[in-house]
Design a protein around this ligand. Structure first.
Ligand SMILES: *[C@@H]1O[C@H](CO)[C@@H](O)[C@H](O)[C@H]1NC(C)=O
Ligand SMILES: *[C@@H]1O[C@H](CO)[C@@H](O)[C@H](O)[C@H]1NC(C)=O
Ligand SMILES: *[C@@H]1O[C@H](CO)[C@@H](O)[C@H](O)[C@H]1NC(C)=O
Ligand SMILES: *[C@@H]1O[C@H](CO)[C@@H](O)[C@H](O)[C@H]1NC(C)=O
Length: 364
């Protein structure tokens, strides 16, 4: 869909004329689900989080004592003609039989991974599964369907290598572990949140570009360089007929109330309803434009689809764990998302890409 922008108007016209209008898919209509509104829908959430065995403590808001439940009851409604089909776990498992999907990235990838596990598991309660972890890769296998859902914790996508001088982040080399990525049918990448870390939480001592090892570097330059390295890897290694690749855009945080016209708010504390759309008052995170531009200009075919979740998630100041997560009451998590919640919508969009937008490179 994103790459249709590159098609000449004539080709586009031919494509459209070639189809019975009734059969035109979202992708053909240029469906853009990234703009829209959250609407109250009492049939949500898509599952009861108490019945999902895959949610870790830090995302398990209801179990950790969060009392309000309205934040669970919103459905994303894209603007215009774009229709988002409700996630159906049974359909996913059946259509995805024998296949595997891997999320590669940081804790936001983990958040989406666990949401997908819940969506699948709760669609067929009691379904058999097993769970393994080898190195940084966790795998859950739903054995009746041979469906594998995996997570590779890899926060920068480029290599981070322990050497004699210290830990070196190598900006022009894609993770040595990328061979494991190629053994999947669907890949969902994400990198963003760790690039601005410094001090004790910065997990590298040097950053290397070419032969040069530096103590530090402009972080936006580093981020761009790494994304370009990743894009080259995609161009070189990914055959879009074999592997569907998605890139999950910036997941927004809510520590600055000025963004949603509550300048006194320093966090998402006690927020219980979304910002009303369709326009978020705050600016888009600057890194979003970088991600979009690199994927648009540096990936030389339709190999990557953006999973553009930034704008829709910006409205959801109400859906973070706050004190019902990582810090057990003493801290304020306005970065991750409660499960059930917003990451279910990210997966709902992924579901639509995989099974409902069959123009260019859908699975079915
Ligand atoms: C989900 O999909 C299955 C298989 O296509 C279908 O039988 C079922 O009715 C669907 N569930 C819902 C809630 O739509
Ligand atoms: C998990 O399931 C897979 C697929 O059925 C199987 O190959 C593997 O041996 C199982 N692992 C464990 C630990 O049961
Ligand atoms: C994509 O770009 C790479 C260089 O980055 C080139 O080697 C490759 O042939 C290109 N592939 C296609 C399909 O154009
Ligand atoms: C890092 O922080 C700066 C200043 O807030 C911001 O402009 C930049 O976009 C951030 N970069 C990344 C990759 O997060």
């Amino acid at each position: 869909m994103f790459h249709m922008i590159n098609l000449s108007p004539l080709l586009l016209l031919l494509l459209l004329l070639n189809h019975d209008p009734i059969q035109m898919t979202n992708a053909e209509l240029g469906c853009d689900y990234s703009n829209g509104n959250w609407v109250y829908d009492p049939t949500y959430p898509l599952y009861n989080s108490a019945q999902c065995p895959f949610i870790e403590h830090v995302f398990n808001c209801q179990r950790n004592g969060r009392r309000d439940r309205t934040y669970l009851k919103y459905r994303w409604l894209p603007l215009g003609r774009c229709r988002l089909t409700r996630f159906n776990g049974t359909e996913f498992l059946q259509n995805f039989k024998g296949k595997s999907i891997m999320f590669v990235g940081d804790s936001l990838s983990r958040d989406q991974y666990q949401s997908l596990l819940c969506l699948l598991y709760t669609s067929s309660p009691g379904i058999k599964y097993n769970e393994t972890r080898v190195g940084d890769i966790s795998t859950v296998t739903f054995s009746d369907f041979g469906v594998k859902v995996k997570l590779d914790r890899n926060v920068y996508l480029v290599d981070l290598v322990p050497k004699k001088i210290g830990r070196v982040l190598i900006l022009d080399s894609v993770a040595r572990k990328s061979a494991a990525w190629l053994a999947n049918d669907v890949l969902v990448f994400n990198t963003y949140a760790w690039w601005n870390r410094s001090g004790a939480s910065q997990p590298w001592d040097f950053v290397q570009v070419g032969r040069k090892k530096l103590k530090d570097i402009d972080r936006t330059v580093a981020f761009k360089t790494a994304l370009n390295t990743w894009a080259k890897w995609v161009n070189f290694k990914i055959d879009p007929a074999q592997i569907k690749v998605f890139f999950q855009t910036v997941s927004p945080t809510h520590y600055n109330g000025a963004e949603w016209d509550s300048p006194q708010a320093k966090s998402c504390k006690r927020e219980t309803s979304p910002v009303l759309g369709p326009v978020y008052p705050g600016p888009p995170p600057p890194a979003l434009a970088i991600q979009k531009e690199i994927i648009r200009s540096k990936i030389n075919n339709t190999a990557v689809r953006l999973l553009d979740i930034t704008h829709l998630s910006q409205f959801r100041k109400d859906a973070h764990p706050t004190i019902y997560g990582e810090f057990g009451g003493s801290g304020m998590d306005c970065l991750h998302w409660c499960i059930a919640g917003v990451t279910d919508t990210w997966n709902e969009i992924l579901f639509n890409h995989l099974f409902q937008m069959p123009l260019q490179n859908s699975l079915m």
